[in-house]
Design a protein around this ligand. Structure first.
Ligand SMILES: Nc1ncnc2c1ncn2[C@@H]1O[C@H](COP(=O)(O)OP(=O)(O)OP(=O)(O)O)[C@@H](O)[C@H]1O
Length: 325
């Protein structure tokens, strides 16, 4: 398992500065299947933490254990610095969660749906319900559409309402299980933007996804699961740092370009169909371009590529990120 240290002082974060910590968390189902295997997570306070893995890799099972919805077979965990499950009663009111989204009534407005949802929470004071609901709707950008019927909501609005349900009350930690699953691109953008806003207000967000690209755009940190085991965890920037930036030239003169790259001492030269790429190293791209042109290489295009999370994942596991598990 690859663990990346934070580059900043916050990196040396002790577990007391984490919103979620698990140690050896394991879930073996009755049939013998180990869905989560010896999981050590450390989710820094204030992070947007992407919990990534293909379908069936153990994300939902982990989230259900964290929230006390499923009992671990072994291991321990803490939420907001408090050992669980003993601290559930005091900690869970400070944690918002969206797991297998709430069922809303199509013929009721968003606001009326939230009222029903809020009323089902025995810990919620009915006298302050209106203020709580108003604030939650405002936070997810649905104040103007509060009186609209749920069935008239777009997919993105529906999911934002579900998140509003998780935000009824001040939350220090928000846990979202695949919040963009089944959304159209517009809805996905809305939810992504909302997650960033919630995080900017200081709430730690733990969000699971099977989509690498999505997490890349939303999260400061990630953990990658594969078949119940953690294969990597750390700040995204730190994970990326392990992968080299590459320079890629589009040209019909493949052999010549590859020879120039080799002569410049660039590592990992790869010649493909109409293009040659290599690790950029410390050379300036403009200098490499000048040497290519001087060497008679017809440069049709030149690009410097930062490694994507997909590259990092391939580098870590030696295989692609298969969303179908
Ligand atoms: N109640 C259960 N009994 C037996 N096996 C289960 C149960 N719940 C989940 N599993 C199995 O545990 C493994 C992990 O499932 P889990 O739902 O946690 O994965 P996931 O990463 O959340 O995937 P998805 O994105 O598809 O929900 C899967 O192989 C699943 O079939």
């Amino acid at each position: 398992m690859l663990t990346v240290q934070e580059p900043s002082p916050s990196a040396t974060a002790s577990t007391g500065e984490c919103s979620i910590v698990t140690r050896g968390l394991t879930k073996r189902f009755r049939g013998g299947q180990v869905a989560v295997n010896d999981l050590d997570l450390a989710v820094p306070r204030g992070s947007v933490f992407g919990f990534l893995g293909p379908n069936g890799s153990g994300k939902t099972t982990t989230i259900r254990m964290l929230l006390g919805l499923a009992a671990p077979t072994s291991g321990t965990w803490e939420l907001l610095g408090t050992p669980m499950p003993g601290g559930m009663g005091t900690v869970l009111p400070r944690v918002g969660a969206l797991v297998e989204g709430p069922a809303f009534y199509p013929y009721l407005s968003g606001e009326a749906n939230l009222r029903r949802y809020d009323a089902a929470d025995p810990a919620a004071d009915p006298r302050t319900a209106a203020a709580r609901i108003g604030l939650a709707l405002e936070r997810v950008g649905l104040a103007a559409a509060a009186r609209k019927r749920y069935r008239a909501y777009s997919l993105g609005m529906r999911q934002r309402l579900a998140i509003a349900g998780a935000l009824l009350g001040p939350r220090e930690l928000l846990v979202l299980d695949e919040p963009t699953n089944g959304l159209d691109p517009q809805g996905t953008r809305e939810v992504r933007g909302l997650v960033k806003e919630i995080a900017a207000e200081g709430t730690t967000v733990f969000v699971s996804s099977h989509l690498l690209a999505e997490v890349e755009h939303m999260c400061s940190h990630i953990a990658v699961m594969r078949a119940g085991r953690l294969v990597a965890q750390g700040p995204i920037a730190g994970l990326r740092a392990g992968e080299a930036v590459r320079i890629r030239v589009e040209t019909p003169d493949i052999a010549e370009a590859a020879a120039v790259f080799a002569a410049l001492g660039l590592a990992q030269v790869r010649a493909g169909d109409g293009e040659v790429s290599a690790e950029l190293g410390t050379d300036a791209p403009e200098r490499i371009c000048a040497v290519l042109v001087d060497g008679g290489v017809a440069v049709r295009g030149l690009a410097v590529q930062r490694p994507s999370l997909e590259d990092v994942f391939v580098g870590l596991t030696g295989e692609g990120f298969d969303v179908d598990g």
